[in-house]
Design a protein around this ligand. Structure first.
Ligand code: PLP
Length: 399
């Protein structure tokens, strides 16, 4: 057994640190951005509508609205869905805080439904249990990129007349029963943060098939100001005239970010392919490690994975999750933990959410580590991560 670097061993698996996620920007991306910067319009120009068209083509959705970031997308999706202070919205605790914060932005109440302990996605049975007369919507998150159980969740939403917003920040490129994510839920949101599969530095999008939502989303993206007379209350016909008809925000995306995202989307197939390849290598390697549980995939989801999570059988290891995490870090494998259950955060505790609400999510959180997964990882990088995980689990294995 090799001495771990954290215990004074002299040969870390990697010489230099690798992070858990990283963007890939090539010369074409850079040229796309520079072209916009050298032109006349750097916001709300042609690249924004070009990107919207591209997202419609990619997903099969009728309408796309791009915005400043994925959180803004979730916020205006809630506004367009008329989420009101008296409403409740059901979401998962195993997500980034933004999936629930957007409900708070509307003055309404997020209700947390527990996850399936094998897929880690929101459990449709628990959604049903949490529905009451105040429930207005479900925000389902395709955690790590795997599609949620959309067929069942859509049935539930139809039966109870609920809006379904799919937070697809992780799942661009994923298909559900052969259909691209983005074309299925009432509204689907993407994020283009640098750790996500496709990036614009920052950026977000909403996909929908509803003209009614689309018109609302466009209004809320720009202050609630109507420029087109069909949306005005008192159209005058004057060329300069505009009218604020609702309270909106400045959630616009710049043209150079739109150009970057568009250029990145040209590489989505390549990105997906490589991510799937790495996931396959990891799955194969870790299925041989009895102390590690790998995430279960539902057959309906053809997943472009954003995150790779190893779940530790701590009962079989002489170490805590923190010790394993720190040991991997010392071997120069940058890891992370996705996620702390949303309602554990002090802000949510102050709002009155109690620990113990969702036991599957809480147990999962105690046992997981996200290991590096990104397009430009080399085979040596992947082998290094596998070697480090093996080295650390070998060391701490209970006899
Ligand atoms: C990244 C992320 C968001 C927020 O996206 P931003 O573009 O960073 O605002 C929302 N939900 C989930 C699940 C995310 O991972």
């Amino acid at each position: 057994m090799k001495k771990l670097t954290i215990n004074g061993g002299r040969s870390p698996v990697r010489k230099n640190k690798i992070g858990y996620g990283k963007q890939f920007i090539d010369d074409e991306d850079i040229k796309a951005v520079v072209d916009v910067l050298q032109g006349d319009l750097i916001t709300c120009g042609p690249k924004v509508s070009e990107l919207e068209h591209k997202l419609c083509n990619l997903t099969g959705a009728k309408y796309a609205v791009v915005l400043a970031n994925g959180t803004a997308a979730l916020h205006v999706a809630c506004l367009a869905g008329k989420i009101k202070p008296e409403d409740e919205v059901i979401t998962t605790p195993m997500t980034f805080a933004a999936s629930a914060n957007c409900v708070l932005y509307c003055g309404s109440k997020p209700i947390f439904a527990d996850i399936n302990p094998e897929t880690y996605n929101i459990d449709p049975d628990d959604i049903e249990r949490k529905i009451n007369k105040n429930t207005k919507a479900v925000i389902a998150v395709d955690f790590t990129g795997q599609a949620v159980e959309l067929a069942r969740i859509m049935d539930i939403c139809r039966k109870h007349n609920l809006l379904l917003i799919e937070d697809a920040a992780h799942s661009i490129g994923t298909k559900y029963n052969g259909k691209p994510i983005g074309s299925i839920a009432d509204m689907t949101t993407f994020s283009f943060h640098p750790v996500k599969t496709v990036t614009g530095g920052e950026g977000g999008a909403i996909l929908t098939n509803s003209k009614e939502y689309y018109d609302k989303l466009m209004l809320y993206r720009t202050h609630g100001i109507a420029k087109n007379s069909s949306q005005m209350i008192y159209p005058t016909g004057e060329l300069w005239y505009y009218e604020q008809v609702d309270l909106g925000y400045n959630y616009r995306l710049t043209d150079f970010q739109a150009a970057l995202i568009s250029s990145q989307l040209n590489k989505l197939d390549k990105f997906s392919y490589r991510r799937k390849e790495i996931v396959q290598n990891y799955d194969e390697a870790f299925s041989k490690v009895p102390e590690i549980i790998i995430q279960k995939e539902i057959p309906e989801s053809d997943t472009t994975r954003h995150l790779y999570i190893i779940r530790l059988r701590l009962d079989m290891l002489n170490a805590t999750r923190k010790q394993i995490f720190d040991a991997l870090y010392a071997e120069n494998i940058g890891c992370n933990v996705h996620y702390i259950p949303v309602y554990w955060h002090p802000y949510y505790q102050k709002l009155g959410y109690k620990k113990g609400l969702c036991s599957n999510a809480e147990k999962l959180y105690e046992e997981i580590i996200s290991i590096p997964l990104y397009y430009s990882m080399t085979d040596e990088d992947v082998d290094g991560v596998i070697e480090a995980v093996n080295k650390v689990t070998d060391y701490y294995r209970k006899e």
